[in-house]
Design a binder for this molecule. Structure first.
Ligand SMILES: [Mg+2]
Length: 269
């Protein structure tokens, strides 16, 4: 509903949503792609292909196949990709908390840009200990849903970075509030997502375009690289590994009405 209202306000005023949110500070956003295939060969082939298309940010999902297997995957990434390919690690809360610091010290050898949510979201004290113990920045995702969560993590310096997801926080303005709280503590933010279509990707794109502190890129890749069919009539705008912020009024969404009808589960009359 909030996304739709922002789109309507933009259409009515002739302004892109990024301008309605206070003005754009960037015209494009570096795109991150997540690799999580247990078939490492397939993952590496995909990463190579995307590197060729201009992508430089890659997030490896870890914590589901054991520590030794994770280290092997990281080693292959570093061996097979040029040095300017950024490796980011995301445990999705998958580590055993009591052994996290020792295992993460092994991970640091592969020079990840950040390590995301190693331990369960509610293990905040452990997250804070990990953040203090490691040189690599630690990114909180499932530890920060609400503004109260953000305030606790920021004031206790329990993480170095935070993932903003408009679905997780409950909307575009809610995501901006989280980023503002983080910014006050020197915590930079990342544009996460929750397996969305191009419509939500575009809402997130405008939020990031208007929020300087969400500076770590975004993972709005599903519409182009994952979904068999998106709901947008035109492809979600990605060029040379970057998401292009639309300059047209509103969100820049043109919906394919037939596809919406096809996937609709209920229609309000
Ligand atoms: Mg995550």
């Amino acid at each position: 509903m909030e996304m739709a209202l922002f789109d309507i306000m933009g259409q009515a005023s002739g302004l892109p949503v990024a301008e309605l949110l206070g003005g754009r500070c960037r015209d494009d956003i570096p795109l991150s792609f997540s690799v999580a295939d247990p078939d490492v060969d397939r993952d590496m082939a995909m990463v190579q292909r995307l590197y060729g298309e201009g992508l430089r940010l890659f997030k490896m999902k870890t914590g589901f196949a054991g520590h030794a297997a994770d280290l092997k995957r990281m080693e292959r990434f570093r061996k097979e990709l040029p040095a300017d390919a950024e490796l980011r690690i995301d445990y999705n809360q998958g580590m055993v908390t009591h052994d996290a610091i020792r295992q993460l010290r092994d991970v640091e050898a592969f020079k990840p840009t950040f390590i995301e949510q190693p331990v369960p979201g509610h293990h905040r004290a452990a997250l804070a200990e990990i953040t203090r113990a490691l040189d690599t920045p630690i990114l909180a995702d499932e530890s920060v849903f609400t503004t109260t969560d953000a305030l606790q993590v920021a004031s206790g310096r329990m993480a170095d970075l935070v993932s903003i997801k408009i679905m997780k926080h409950g909307g575009m303005l809610a995501g901006r509030k989280i980023s503002a709280i983080c910014e006050a503590a020197g915590i930079a933010c990342y544009g996460g997502d929750m397996f969305e279509t191009g419509i939500a990707h575009l809402a997130g794109t405008h939020v990031i375009a208007a929020t300087p502190n969400i500076s770590l890129g975004c993972e709005f890749y599903q519409a182009k690289y994952f979904l068999e069919r998106d709901l947008l009539a035109e492809p979600f705008p990605i060029e040379n590994g970057r998401v292009i912020v639309p300059k047209t009024p509103g969100l820049g969404v043109k919906v394919d009405e037939d596809r919406v009808k096809h996937y609709a589960v209920e229609t309000l009359k």
